[in-house]
Design a protein around this ligand. Structure first.
Ligand code: NDP
Ligand code: 8X3
Length: 252
């Protein structure tokens, strides 16, 4: 493969999908991942026509499926240069004594263990080649805890710690490890959190200008294209109206 390869989880929607588009524009070959096959098929048409593209359909919770999917890549696609660990969601927004175990399992299994399974398959190749760039999509929820955010915040704090651990362990191999931590981004995130309730989801982004997925993809693109000696280790990106997870300058 002449082009460098970017492997992006959660490429069916929101931030991951925008990253696929922006990194393809930057000249990367793209491996897009997610559970929704039709969307991964459609993504091809959104990329510059000369973009080499592969997609992998798997649930990051299913360790065997993750491993088999990565192994199924053609040989010339096996050397991943850039890993964007982006797949993830919040499930529910409940006080700790009312939260459901199913939601807790989903958040820990997807946001934390899923990220680890994908990393487990891709990082050893980077170590062998002594090169690579990893971006873990964290969150302001990995830096602060907000009411009813308990387990989602826990999962993103875990991502924060794992990212720092990766940076320490991969330091001898020249691999860049970065965390991009968004504030409120208007994607399908709240639709998933509120289990398909459109009104509730829309309410989250009312009265101020939230970030767009493309705003985060722009930062990801910037991070990935820095010179070899520069790493954007830990970046928080907020809408201007947001000062913290709980302080928003709303117009109503
Ligand atoms: P979206 O809901 O729009 O996208 C989530 C992506 O994750 C989808 O592509 C989805 O693909 C994938 N995904 C979810 N569960 C699984 C699973 N079990 N297996 C494989 N893929 C999965 O949300 P965002 O784009 O906003 O979220 C992307 C990342 O950004 C997440 O890690 C989120 O925590 C983080 N983030 C989001 C913020 C926001 O305000 N939107 C702010 C801070 C961080 P599919 O359903 O097809 O499997
Ligand atoms: C997503 C941002 O504030 O909804 O991670 O947790 S928030």
């Amino acid at each position: 493969m002449e082009k460098k390869i970017a492997f992006i989880t959660g490429a069916t929607s929101g931030i991951g999908r925008a990253c696929a588009r922006y990194l393809a524009e930057e000249g990367f070959a793209i491996v897009g991942c997610g559970r929704r096959k039709e969307r991964l098929e459609q993504l091809k048409a959104e990329l510059p026509s000369d973009t080499p593209y592969q997609y992998l359909v798997f649930d990051v919770r299913d360790k065997e499926a993750v491993f088999a999917a990565v192994d199924s890549l053609p040989k010339e696609w096996q050397s991943i240069d850039v890993l964007i660990n982006n797949a993830g969601n919040a499930h529910g927004l409940d006080p700790i004594h009312e939260g459901s175990e199913a939601d807790w399992d989903a958040m820990m299994d997807i946001n934390v263990k899923g990220l680890l399974y994908v990393s487990k398959k891709i990082i050893p190749g980077m170590v062998e080649r002594k090169s690579g760039q990893i971006i873990n999509i964290g969150s302001t929820a990995g830096k602060e805890v907000y009411p009813k955010g308990n387990v989602y915040c826990g999962s993103k704090h875990a991502v924060d710690a794992i990212t720092k651990g990766m940076r320490l362990d991969l330091n001898p191999y020249g691999i860049k490890v970065m965390a991009i931590n968004p504030g409120l981004v208007d994607t399908e995130f709240s639709l998933v959190r509120f289990k398909g309730d459109d009104d509730k989801a829309a309410q989250v982004y009312k009265g101020f200008q939230p970030l767009k997925a493309e705003d985060i993809a722009d930062v990801v693109r910037f991070a990935i294209t820095r010179p070899p000696h520069v790493v954007l280790a830990d970046v928080i990106v907020l809408p201007t109206a947001q000062a913290s997870t709980t302080l928003l300058n709303k117009d109503h």
